[in-house]
Design a protein around this ligand. Sequence first.
Ligand code: NI
Length: 172
Amino acid sequence: MAILPIVQYPAPVLAETAKPVADITEEIRTLAADMAETMYDAPGVGLAAPQIDRSIRLVTIDVSEEKNHLITMINPEIIATGEEKDTGEEGCLSLPGIYEKVNRFTEVTVRYQDLEGKTIEMEADGLLAICIQHELDHLDGKVFVDHLSQLKRNRACTKLRKLRQQATKDNQ
Ligand code: NI
């Protein structure tokens, strides 16, 4: 297992549409394990393969308090949503320090393959539903600030630049 470097916004890979995983090989299983380790180390509640510079449809999620409920989704798709939406604050490991309110469905049904290739359908609500929508966005080349108005996105990007400049200074 290994902790992988997390790609930072606005890297081009974060704007690409990720390719389906054709075969669940040993390499994919190792990558999924490394992604989980990277996610727990960050720490974060979700990580999508484009964030570790692999443009494939693979995500890891764990929204549990005890960090003992890892979900690995291969080729996930949202096949149904509830009718309600709600607005909550989100962050992303590719935009550290940026938190903005995003409007999402409160309930989703997701279909994916697990690491054994079994097709799973799962209904989710709460934080898990939000996290699924956030991570699946990454597979379609979208980050959470893309949901914001141009003005708010610009403001978030300016803040991100300032945070990075500060971090560089602090390291000197
Ligand atoms: Ni993210």
